[in-house]
Design a protein around this ligand. Structure first.
Ligand code: SAH
Length: 374
């Protein structure tokens, strides 16, 4: 990679002619599954039995589905549980409580997910697209372009795989469950809107129709596709919204987050504020701290101006992310002193601010670098 950034185009639609991932149980609502089972000439309740295996028992071996008659089992598994992805490798950090998995999808596309276990919760960071079309220059995934959208089931399967590992006591800390899901892996979730909403529904559908998670434990992170943020508010799903702002002024944000050339800082922040107002969920502003680029004290003040201009009723908090430099990139992490000063200035203006922990940094957690290196 050279020092002079070559800007990539923004890409909203996946390349034409890609084959679709196979249809899977997790792509469908409970009603659709039942209909499909009937279509196969099977009693409708077989769909529910299969869902119980997949979502509640987290079984992936058909031999364990002993309540299904052998003939029906074969037909159901072939029609509804096709293999979606194979794990190429898993990297561990933090004594095994951070695990990043590189997956190969049916067509060879590579994506990754990360499991992070904390004393009080387990968070799965998932990918929503193979690659990404949003072209953010500091992001490894953004520099690779968009290969294709992932299906609902491909997104859900990453969480189910994590849930299985926890249930089978493969993660230090004893058997456990996934409590949180963040759409902060590869891809722009709101550019793959339908599949992502489907995945959120499967994650939150009550067992055995889905994983039965709380929507409050799910965070959708976006570059700021304002119309899609409004659409998300209409869904009536109280997921947490994270807006990747990274700069409070259009001049710099045009460069760091190229979608800003379509939706300006004020449009993105206004959509986020409206999301908070309508869903009563506090919005998170993501801000990757880049040395000498966006970490000046005056930019902290400007960020505070922008956010407080929408009122101070606790609608927002800021999450600073220490930049994880991509190979050959001209951006690097901020000096800790500048970071502290940035936090101080935001807090002085009453804006709750956290600095994200750098879990899994040595395995390039959550920044698209494993798949990019492949
Ligand atoms: N497309 C979504 C999800 C992407 S990843 C979005 O942009 O929000 C989640 C977060 O990681 C985003 O805030 C993204 O800007 C940030 N990110 C990407 N590359 C990074 C890097 N090298 N270091 C730190 N944060 C990074």
């Amino acid at each position: 990679m050279s020092d002079t950034p070559r800007s990539l185009p923004l890409v909203f639609d996946e390349p034409r002619g890609r084959r679709r991932p196979p249809r899977h149980l997790a792509d469908m609502s409970a009603a659709e599954r039942k209909e499909l089972a009937s279509g196969l000439g099977l009693p409708g309740f077989r769909a529910r039995q299969l869902s119980t295996h997949y979502f509640s028992r987290l079984v992936d071996d058909p031999a364990e589905m002993t309540d299904l008659p052998a003939a029906d089992r074969e037909q159901l598994v072939a029609g509804l549980l096709p293999p979606l992805m194979t794990s190429l490798r898993t990297l561990e950090a933090d004594g095994g409580t951070t695990r990043k998995t590189l997956w190969r999808l049916f067509d060879g596309a590579l994506v990754e997910s990360v499991l992070m276990r904390y004393p009080d919760r387990v968070t799965m960071c998932v990918s929503s697209q193979a690659g990404c079309g949003m072209a953010c220059p500091f992001c490894a995934t953004g520099q690779g372009g968009l290969q294709r959208n992932m299906s609902t089931a491909e997104i859900v399967e990453q969480v189910v795989a994590g849930a299985r590992a926890l249930a089978r006591d493969e993660v230090p800390g004893g058997p456990g469950r996934v409590s949180n899901v963040v759409f902060m892996g590869m891809g722009e979730p709101l550019a793959n809107y339908r599949a992502v909403i489907g995945a959120v529904r499967r994650l939150t559908d009550k067992a055995p129709d889905g994983l039965g998670m709380s929507a409050r434990g799910i965070t959708v992170s976006t570059v700021g596709l304002a119309p899609r943020i409004r659409q998300l508010a209409d869904e009536g799903l109280p997921v947490t919204l994270a807006l990747s702002l990274h700069a409070p002024d259009d001049e710099l944000r045009d460069e760091l987050v190229p979608i800003n050339t379509r939706f300006k800082v004020h449009e993105a922040v206004e959509a986020a504020w409206e999301y908070a107002r309508r869903t009563k969920r506090r919005v998170s502003i993501e801000y990757a701290m880049m040395r000498g680029i966006n970490d000046q004290g005056w930019r902290a003040d400007l960020l505070a101006d922008v956010l407080t201009s929408y009122g101070d009723w606790g609608w927002v908090h800021v999450n600073l992310i220490p930049l994880n430099p991509t190979p050959g990139s001209r951006w690097t992490a901020s000096d800790p002193r500048d970071e502290r000063e940035f936090v101080r200035r935001l807090e002085a203006r009453g804006i709750p601010t956290t600095v994200r922990d750098t879990r899994g940094r040595e395995i390039d957690g959550a920044c698209g670098q494993l798949a990019a290196a492949e």
